[in-house]
Design a binder for this molecule. Structure first.
Ligand SMILES: [Zn+2]
Length: 159
């Protein structure tokens, strides 16, 4: 199979691949199949790969959100008021439930991260990086989870 990006050839691998994610930093994925282009390093993800990536990503997002102190969270009512919508509309809001406003649960109660709500009010996207690693990556690409060109660990490239 030829690379849709550069026309090079893919090879199948289950080696460690690191995906640079704009919100949670570098995600290592190992032991699941993906295709890596020998020429440009572009990756074609398998469904299994995407599932594993998404699992780690969600976990990291939750960890990132939960690292904030309680005072940085607002309730559903407060969030709805900040957005100028009803509580019901907030619960039904697809973008928000998809994570465009960072939220988590404390016990059974959903709480929203205030800086994320504020950002959402301004731009319609309340997400921001939740990690503190030094950004040395040249490219930050894959966040859409569609087959895309992503960074491959040097180790994988050399093999
Ligand atoms: Zn390629």
């Amino acid at each position: 199979m030829r690379c849709y990006n550069c026309g090079g050839y893919y090879r199948e691998t289950t080696d460690l691949v690191e995906i640079a994610d704009s919100y949670v930093g570098t995600i290592p994925v190992e032991g699941v199949t993906c295709l890596i282009c020998n020429d440009c390093g572009g990756i074609l993800f398998s469904e299994e790969f995407v599932d594993k990536l998404e699992l780690v990503r969600r976990k990291r997002i939750q960890e990132g959100i939960k690292s904030y102190p309680l005072k940085d969270f607002v309730t559903t009512i407060e969030t709805a008021a900040m957005l100028g919508i009803t509580k019901q509309a907030l619960h039904k809001h697809k973008r928000i439930s998809k994570g465009f406003i960072y939220h988590t649960k404390i016990g059974n109660i959903i709480v929203y991260l205030k800086p994320s709500v504020e950002r959402f009010v301004k731009t319609g996207d309340g997400r921001f990086p939740l990690y503190k690693e030094t950004v040395t990556q040249k490219k930050i690409e894959d966040t859409q989870l569609t087959p895309a060109v992503s960074q491959v660990r040097d180790k994988a490239r050399k093999k």
